[in-house]
Design a protein around this ligand. Sequence first.
Ligand SMILES: NC(=O)C1=CN([C@@H]2O[C@H](COP(=O)(O)OP(=O)(O)OC[C@H]3O[C@@H](n4cnc5c(N)ncnc54)[C@H](O)[C@@H]3O)[C@@H](O)[C@H]2O)C=CC1
Ligand SMILES: O=C(O)CCC(=O)C(=O)O
Length: 440
Amino acid sequence: MKADNIRKSDLGGLSMVAANGNENPNIEDKHDVLRSTQTVIHKALEKLGYPDEVFELLKEPLRMMTVKIPVRMDDGSVKVFTGYRAQHNDAVGPTKGGIRFHPNVTEKEVKALSIWMSLKCGIVDLPYGGGKGGIVCDPRDMSFRELERLSRGYVRAISQIVGPTKDIPAPDVFTNSQIMAWMMDEYSRIDEFNSPGFITGKPLVLGGSHGRESATAKGVTICIREAAKKKGIELEGARVVVQGFGNAGSYLAKFMHDAGAKIIGISDAYGALHNPDGLDVDYLLDRRDSFGTVTKLFNNTITNKELLELDCEILVPAAIENQITEENAHNIRAGIVVEAANGPTTLEATEILTKRGILLVPDVLASAGGVTVSYFEWVQNNQGYYWTEEEVEDKLEKVMVKSFDSIYDTAETRRVDMRLAAYMVGVRKMAEASRFRGWI
Ligand SMILES: NC(=O)C1=CN([C@@H]2O[C@H](COP(=O)(O)OP(=O)(O)OC[C@H]3O[C@@H](n4cnc5c(N)ncnc54)[C@H](O)[C@@H]3O)[C@@H](O)[C@H]2O)C=CC1
Ligand SMILES: O=C(O)CCC(=O)C(=O)O
């Protein structure tokens, strides 16, 4: 059966019936990131002429592990946390992707995040498939030692399916190099070998790579620069708004500030700051905490919703999913939206922004700098020979520019938006690898 004959029911009833069986999908269903990514994969495969079985293979992860992690809390009680690890497709190579610690982590979200990782790895041409992990927890309410016990417990729980040649985790929302270090240590104990290649985003002294901490933002900065050239926007003096002030958002604000742009708005989970004359980025960087929180220090804040609608040239969502929806897409005033976050714009909003002539650089391209330098870290760990920061930056620059160009050209020649173009580029390698392996 051809891709254009794929039944609507194969997409989980994307058009009419929600996953919960409702005829009228509620807002949560409409913003179901797994179903949205399946819709675009379906379209991409259709455009590329792949048969139905390719969609059947790629619409869900090959493997999904749910684990219970008992953790002794500091007060002596035991709390049992739920964790997930999804491995989307390992036809190309081991799976790769971050681990998220967040109270709103769900199984569906982790599945979608693993699919996005496969697409990213295809886009920047890494020898990986996509994986992703998550633990339902709020690290902001946990002590240092509780976090250590949770991180080690998670690795023990998933140890059978991960490893340097199977599935290689990394940081994501509310996880950092310290958590990667505990996880690497725990895995090394289980493996009875020092195994730096088990995980990336480690501290430099444990085999981390130069440039990994800032890599996601560096990749986004390169995409902004390339997109600005296409739109004839001068970066010097351009007004930039960044949602999220964590790993991705804070480095991004710094890089854009250093490039001469004016950062007029930033936000965190608690609110947003706005100054039309430009915020003092260095001061904010100095004052933010390890969870990317800074707005609590100020009284005159605005909301995240107001932030997204500020008048600016460049808008960078760098926090969480479903921030630009059909409700606010008409009010976005930026000329370019570059997605540092995974899944910040719904499909309806993508359509609205594209129709309005706003250039949207999608997550699977824009945020691929992180996994690219993670790959460099893994290569360095495997060969035991380490590169300078300049070498890493030079290689990242080449990868990102090439990937941006290939997706921009695909969008132009196939007359599709950048998101669909990115999916078309990203899905091809894993589809071909699955075919050569004889899976489809
Ligand atoms: N860290 C990495 O290497 C990569 C991260 N990403 C994506 O970038 C996004 C941000 O990740 P990181 O910067 O690593 O996380 P982080 O944990 O360092 O920072 C997250 C930021 O988002 C804010 N935030 C959380 N919930 C929010 C909400 N409901 N509304 C507004 N802001 C909120 C936090 O306050 C914080 O400022 C995520 O979508 C992540 O998946 C993508 C590629 C790689
Ligand atoms: O660095 C990595 O391996 C994965 C980063 C990640 O989780 C992401 O790109 O969403």
